[in-house]
Design a protein around this ligand. Structure first.
Ligand SMILES: Nc1ncnc2c1ncn2[C@@H]1O[C@H](COP(=O)(O)OP(=O)(O)OP(=O)(O)O)[C@@H](O)[C@H]1O
Ligand SMILES: [Zn+2]
Length: 606
């Protein structure tokens, strides 16, 4: 015990008794044990946090070792969460760490699960998981410290339910997409060929049978892409589906090759209009390449820089055949597990490199090394250990404000590559009045999932929450019911795959009420239960002319959002409608010169 006291003496002196007491007694959930997570866990166990739960769905990859310092070579392929716990426990064996190898989106991590924590710290790398944790913390009313890094840039955002902007208040830039026809018919740059190999050919041959194909082409047609070409692409899709069935049998690589590099390209060439202003592609010949490869003495380069070698046509052809054979064998040996493209899956990466380079050659586009393909296909901006370390330190500082419940002390912190000033801070803005996540009414609903039908759920929405006839019921992005789609009405919620933890949204476009979301839990011995105080769903904001008083009030706010201090002072949610939603961020006076960093700082973070 005395060595324990000595260990924490500095932290106790710096934080003071009271805050240090809170650090010691609080229960923290850390989501993600990758680049930021490893640094963060080390910080937590060395600064006095004593009860930490970590969750990560992944296993350790060799490529993680350059920056995820809790992991070593002998840990490769083991669970990140378990190994992070083992390594961090060596720094401080007195901390209780619970390690979970799983996805934070699994139903057992429901809102009741989140509610047991005093604080949630995100160290994630994707939008989907971040948005999910954001929502769960809003519902459970647990403070969340969100974070991310991208190369030299990073950010830390405290999110306090009802007080600050949530993760969804500001729309995030969507990843760049390309028109379907560019990818499938008229590529002109290496990235077009790489996206084709990774997102079209690989999933069609080895991934889960794609029912989205038709929808994707419908959308492309609706966007006004070339209708004739879209029809051809539909035919092509049916053909590749047929080839997929025999891809693992003898001659599979040849059948795929001849279809995509010869037949499809010949078909494209027959559409003369397409090539008036473009360079025509040249089909590739399996027979020619097979004999050229047999005659050639060239071998795929080996050695340390093999990945950075730009392959010849013969090398790409050999790699295509060998990687097709390996992937086909995997599908044959385990037909029930479709493959998912992963940049760290050597066979998938080699296949994509070869397939993209063959296509590039056919279309007269420069070919790329495997190293380049990995960067481009994986959307990789090299991760920098120092940025992760800075961000992990800032997360702890922001966590301390949250533990003190000093909400107005929380700051949005930006890290940038700037010799003058590596970090800049902005005050936290108030929630956006139009945010679909934090302005949502969440209604806890305990319901007998095995017995209650969808039609009864519609009734609950109408009779207990006050919705009208035209309600629409949606789970995630799945439509369950609307007045024109009543097929599911007699099915039980369980049969519709609604589980404990599901979020089921009710809306009514023509009605008066705003949207609400049922937060579902199971009630095996009953029918349904709503909270004792009946939830009152706010009316939809009316887009009315502002009153004089409101107009003058909003004029004074033309260029700023409200800050958290203003929210506290006003203490009323109903005033939110007057807030200017220009997206401007209020900057501390002494931070004025950093406006650019702050406002340009919407970063697509990993
Ligand atoms: N839904 C999720 N549930 C649990 N953990 C998740 C979820 N989504 C992502 N993660 C974890 O978050 C971590 C993010 O860490 P990081 O950004 O360093 O990614 P990485 O996969 O280790 O690195 P890289 O992508 O560069 O190989 C990863 O370990 C990842 O497994
Ligand atoms: Zn929000």
């Amino acid at each position: 015990m005395s060595s324990d006291k000595a260990r924490y003496r500095a932290a106790e002196l710096i934080l003071g008794n009271e805050l240090f007491g809170r650090v010691q007694s609080c229960k923290v959930l850390m989501v993600g044990a990758g680049g930021i997570g490893c640094e963060l866990l080390k910080n937590l166990v060395t600064s006095g946090f004593a009860d930490i739960t970590i969750i990560d769905l992944d296993t350790i990859d060799l490529s993680n070792l350059n920056r995820q310092f809790l992991f070593q070579k002998q840990h490769v392929k083991r669970s990140k969460a378990y190994v992070a716990k083992e390594s961090a426990s060596k720094f401080n064996p007195h901390v209780r760490i619970e390690a979970l190898h799983g996805n934070i989106k699994e139903p057992q991590f429901d809102t009741a699960y989140f509610a047991q924590f005093d604080l949630v710290l995100n160290a994630l790398d994707n939008l989907d998981a971040r948005r999910h944790v954001n929502k769960m913390c809003l519902i459970a009313k647990v403070p969340l410290i969100e974070s991310g890094t991208s190369g030299y840039m990073g950010q830390v955002q405290p999110i306090y339910q009802g007080r600050t902007e949530c993760y969804d208040c500001q729309t995030k830039p969507t990843p760049k997409t390309f028109p379907v026809c560019t990818i499938r018919s008229t590529p002109s740059t290496p990235i077009h060929c790489i996206v084709w190999a990774k997102s079209y050919l690989f999933p069609r041959l080895f991934g889960s049978d794609d029912e989205q194909e038709g929808a994707e082409l419908d959308k492309a047609a609706a966007r006004g892409e070339n209708a004739g070409e879209i029809d051809n692409l539909r035919k092509e899709a049916a053909e590749i589906k047929a080839i997929r069935k025999t891809v693992h049998t003898s001659g599979g690589a040849q059948r795929v090759f001849e279809k995509v590099y010869s037949a499809d390209i010949n078909r494209l060439l027959s559409m003369e209009d397409m090539w008036r202003a473009r360079q025509k592609p040249t089909p590739l010949s399996w027979t020619d390449l097979t004999s050229a490869t047999e005659a050639s003495t060239s071998r795929i380069a080996s050695g340390g820089l093999r990945d950075q070698h730009v392959p010849s046509l013969n090398e790409s052809f050999q790699l295509f055949v060998s990687s097709m054979d390996k992937l086909s064998a995997r599908v044959r040996d385990d037909p029930d597990t479709p493959l998912e493209w992963d940049k760290d899956d050597e066979d998938a990466l080699k296949f994509s490199t070869a397939a993209a380079n063959l296509r590039a050659t056919a279309f007269g586009i420069p070919v790329k090394s495997q190293f380049d393909v990995k960067q481009m296909a994986g959307n990789i901006i090299p991760a920098i250990a120092t940025t992760n370390a800075i961000v992990a330190g800032l997360i702890v500082l922001q966590a301390l404000h949250a533990l003190r419940k000093e909400w107005s002390q929380g700051r949005f912190v930006w890290v940038a590559k700037d010799a003058r000033k590596a970090t800049s801070i902005t005050q936290l803005s108030a929630p956006s009045p139009t945010c679909a996540s934090c302005q949502m009414s969440y209604v806890p609903l305990r319901v007998n999932l095995g017995e209650v039908t969808l039609s009864e759920l519609v009734k609950i929405a109408q009779e207990k929450l006050g919705y009208g006839e035209e309600v629409v019921i949606v789970e995630e992005s799945r439509l369950l019911y609307d007045p024109d789609f009543d097929d599911n009405l007699d099915r039980t919620l369980a049969s519709l795959d609604i589980k404990a933890g599901s979020l089921v949204m009710v809306s009514d476009e023509d009605g008066l009420l705003s949207d609400a979301t049922f937060v579902i839990s199971d009630l095996p011995n009953g029918t349904f239960e709503l909270p004792k105080v009946p939830p009152s769903i706010p009316k939809k904001p009316v887009k009315e002319e502002a009153t004089d008083a409101e107009a003058s009030s909003s004029q004074t706010r033309t260029s700023t959002k409200r800050t958290i201090d203003e929210v506290d002072a006003e203490g009323s949610q109903s005033k939110r409608a007057r807030v200017d939603a220009s997206g401007a961020i209020l900057i501390d006076d002494d931070e004025e010169q950093d406006k650019t960093a702050a406002t340009d700082g919407v970063i697509d973070l990993d």
